[in-house]
Design a protein. Structure first.
Length: 295
């Protein structure tokens, strides 16, 4: 599986660099505009200079906050987009007022309007929750779990992941998505679209029994077993999540096809008051995976 370089932190760096370049362009455009208005009154030149300077400061601050991933970047982004749009309107009015320099002012207006549109588009995909102050990452995440073992924990984890990642690429309860379809094919299709498989392991994940009294994990047709087995066989990035105090099963406790799972680094997601911190660490780990070439 390959994650495009437009995802994850590369996109953030690009947004930050574009903002800082826009700050420089705004200063140059303002200086050029003032030179084309030699007979404008002091008030008019002050308005143009203040507008261009404000855009430069806001865009530069937004770019720095984004690149450094500092809190408050989203709020500054709204300010930068609003100021850029206001300055674009001002340059548009100047184009009408000074038709002999209309081409210059229209070009400035187009650059600032494009920047405002670009930032607004990125802010539209920016989570407003507490997970992180950066846009959602497009990462295919497959959640494998047993309802009778960890339904509540998975629901909370899923809600938090949807704040940090594109919800349409988070696969949960895949067997419900295509009624009447062969669930093996449904699982395979979902795995094809996933870069990471999160195997949620609760206290009863290994021991829950089926109708015949045997542990479900020993049933070759068990859905959870199939999900994990197929992901391991495909060489996908499988990350065990230990919830509700569960411990990682040993290789000897697992069926042979699932034995490699025992050697994967597991992440704990503990109950409150540790839940939020553990989920934040999970999100950071997944964001890091989104930038690894070949994933």
């Amino acid at each position: 599986m390959t994650v495009t370089r437009g995802d994850g932190r590369f996109l953030l760096r690009r947004l930050g660099i574009v903002s800082m370049l826009t700050a420089l362009v705004s200063l140059l455009a303002t200086a050029g505009g003032l030179s084309l208005l030699p007979y404008a009154g002091a008030a008019g030149q002050w308005v143009l200079g203040a507008a261009g300077g404000a855009v430069a400061v806001a865009a530069f601050a937004f770019g720095r906050l984004v690149i450094l991933r500092r809190p408050g970047a989203r709020r500054v982004g709204f300010v930068a987009a609003g100021m850029a749009l206001a300055a674009a309107v001002l340059f548009g009015l100047l184009a009408l007022a000074r038709p002999e320099a209309g081409g210059y002012f229209v070009a400035c207006m187009a650059v600032l309007a494009a920047y405002a549109a670009f930032v607004s588009h990125r802010l539209a995909f920016w989570p407003s929750g507490e997970i992180a102050d950066e846009p959602r990452v497009s990462l295919g995440i497959f959640l494998s779990y047993r309802r009778d073992d960890s339904r509540e924990s998975v629901g909370r984890i899923h809600d938090h992941l949807c704040q940090a990642f594109v919800p349409e690429r988070i696969f949960l309860d895949v067997e419900r998505q295509s009624a009447g379809a062969d669930y093996r094919e449904v699982i395979g299709t979902a795995l094809d679209q996933s870069e990471v498989v999160l195997v949620v392991i609760g206290p009863a994940w290994l021991t829950l029994a089926g109708a015949d009294g045997r542990p479900r994990i020993d049933d070759t047709e068990d859905m959870v077993r199939l999900e994990v087995e197929m992901a391991l066989a495909r060489g996908q990035n499988v990350v065990p999540l230990l919830v509700q105090g569960a411990r990682m099963p040993s290789a000897a406790q697992l069926p042979a096809p699932l034995a490699p799972l025992a050697y994967r680094n597991a992440l704990p997601v503990r109950p409150d008051p540790d839940f939020r911190g553990d989920v934040l660490r999970l999100v950071e780990a997944l964001r890091a995976l989104a930038t690894v070439p070949g994933r």
